[in-house]
Design a protein around this ligand. Structure first.
Ligand code: PEP
Ligand code: MG
Length: 550
């Protein structure tokens, strides 16, 4: 029995066997082959097998994701048959006498570096394709079956060095008991996704502890305390089975709060909504009786398909609005950033401070207008609000309003209907926005406070870096002071002000946050809606001593 300490990323207890989802390859040591002719044949056989696999994947992907997306598998086939590629592998095997594995890895490394050195973003992105090809060939040469998350047969706890959001969206929730990762933090997007899906998760184990995991063991994931236990003895196993049962019972008990009010004991009403990443998350929103969608992170639509068309987006938004049947749905415009990137996005040195959110939208008005047109068209199917991310100035808000106005005029000219009442709000997630809240409140219809980024930018603590996770605290007085400034500005201007960052789901902060009168709503991952309702109903703000935050 061994206990490993990580970061609690998603509540719940999972008990099961591990499935290693390795999206990286193990380094191959240099080695010489006994016979270079046989070795070359081994490589050729692997290449033929890889081509067959890619052809099959291409065929399967075509009806699901369309020609543009599935073309990548054809490109991989072509890259593996390219003269430069083959000559390099041949030289290493036939002239230098290395094993096929080492030749494939060395060739892959060289080409990857070459692509990474190219300025053009599209060509640089080919480095990832070379990595994919290398991994596929090495898997075949070593007889290893490459794992895929979507095809998981049994129920497992997934272990991975990193879980990118694009990996996590493939997860079949019914098959995944829990998640444990070497890297990551509790507000990285993979953690947010795990919480949205209600999957217990421990992240940020660090390399040393992660190496101790193996797929023969039974593992316990304690998503409350951020610990995991390998090969627990009978006593510990029973203890955790009991805790698992208790948590299930607690969640079942929360069901009685469905249909109830969100009101503190002294009569303060709060709207409790839910955050979603994908249209299918609406099922959980409705099951947990949220009063609306407080944040739809639309970037996940773009992860499944780079730059989805206006029609694809329109259908996604319409489906959400229809299912919410007149309840408020706040859709955030595109915010691709660290950890949530398009395949062809140019890598920045410091992506958190880079060109994302409204900055990217204003620089790529075509992409922004496509999304806005889709939203406007969908607006007649429900109660839509639009939320702009990463705003730092009134100018940005005014520029965005200009583009939205142009889209409205275009649609009007085409006779396409849209709602006349679509509130336009901004995320307050930078200290700049909080400091300018009075000015911004004159132009915005509502505020939504993004405490995940507000905490990161205020405290200068990278939200994805688990190793400084103890410094990441949305309850820090500096962050609370900015939240208060924002809430006061909203109240003065008479506009609603919600909190949609992860702090909204933190029961230890609920009372402090609600003591700020301007805060009108909280939006949390769907599984937390009833828990927060219970918390809100237990609070008496009248009896509360002053917070001391000035
Ligand atoms: C936030 O920053 O708090 C937020 C809600 O947005 P995201 O987590 O997607 O950056
Ligand atoms: Mg944010």
């Amino acid at each position: 029995m061994k206990r490993l300490n990580g970061i609690a990323a998603s509540k719940g207890i999972a008990i099961g066997r591990l499935f290693f989802y390795e999206n990286s390859t193990m380094p191959v040591e240099p080695g010489y082959a006994q016979c270079s002719v046989t070795e070359w044949q081994r490589f050729e056989n692997a290449r033929i097998r890889a081509s067959e696999m890619l052809r099959d994947i291409h065929q399967q992907a075509l009806p699901q994701v369309g020609g543009n997306e599935s073309m990548i598998f054809e490109i991989h086939q072509m890259m593996m048959s390219d003269d430069d590629y083959l000559n390099s592998v041949r030289e290493l095997i036939q002239k230098s006498g290395f094993t096929a594995e080492y030749a494939v890895q060395q060739t892959g490394n060289r080409l990857e570096q070459m692509f990474l050195g190219i300025k053009d973003g599209y060509m640089r992105e080919r480095a990832a394709d070379i990595r994919d090809i290398t991994k596929r060939l090495l898997d075949i040469l070593s007889g290893r079956k490459p794992p895929t998350l979507s095809s998981l047969g049994n129920q497992f706890v997934i272990a991975a060095k990193d879980m990118m959001p694009s990996d996590t969206i493939c997860v079949n929730k019914k098959r995944v008991l829990g998640v444990i990762t070497q890297n990551g933090s509790c507000v990285s997007h993979a953690a947010i996704l795990a919480r949205t899906m209600g999957i217990p998760a421990v992240v940020g184990l660090g390399a040393e502890q992660y190496c101790q995991l193996n797929n023969k063991s039974i593992i316990i994931i304690d998503g409350f305390q951020g610990i995991s236990i390998i090969d627990p003895d009978e006593r510990v196993l029973n203890l955790y089975r009991e805790r698992q049962q208790e948590y299930r019972k607690y969640r079942a008990r929360l069901q009685r709060l469905k249909g109830g009010a969100n009101e503190t004991r002294d009569g303060r009403k709060v709207v409790i909504m839910a955050n979603i990443c994908r249209p299918e998350d609406i099922t959980e929103v409705l099951e947990n009786d949220a009063q609306g969608v407080g944040l739809f992170r639309t970037e996940y639509l773009y992860l499944e398909e780079d730059f989805p068309s206006e029609q694809i987006q329109f259908e996604a938004y319409r489906s959400i609005l229809e299912q919410m049947a007149g309840k408020s749905v706040i859709v955030r415009t595109l915010d691709m950033k660290a950890g949530v990137q398009l395949r062809n996005q140019i890598m920045e040195n410091n992506p958190a401070m880079g060109c994302h959110g409204i900055r990217a939208s204003l620089r790529k008005p075509q992409v922004f207008s496509t999304q806005i047109r889709a939203l406007l068209r969908a607006s007649v199917y429900g109660r839509l609000s639009i939320l702009l991310p990463m705003v730092i100035s009134v100018d940005e808000l005014m520029d965005a309003k200009g583009i939205i106005q142009d889209c409205k005029e275009e649609l009007r000219a085409q006779g396409v209907p849209f709602s006349n009442d679509i509130p336009l709000g901004i995320l307050i997630e930078t200290p700049a926005a909080a400091m300018m809240a009075n000015e911004l409140a004159k132009e915005a219809d509502f505020f939504s406070i993004g405490t995940n980024d507000l905490t990161q930018y205020t405290l200068a603590v990278d939200r994805t870096n688990g190793s400084i996770g103890s410094l990441y605290d949305p309850g820090n007085p500096a962050v609370l002071r900015l939240i208060r400034l924002t809430a006061e500005a909203a109240q003065k201007a008479g506009i609603p002000c919600g909190i949609c960052g992860e702090a909204a789901a933190n029961c230890n902060l609920t009372e402090t946050l609600l003591s700020m009168e301007g805060i009108t709503s909280l939006s949390v991952s769907p599984p937390f809606v009833l828990e927060i309702r219970e918390k809100v109903c237990s609070i008496d703000l009248g009896n509360r001593e002053k917070t001391g935050i000035s």
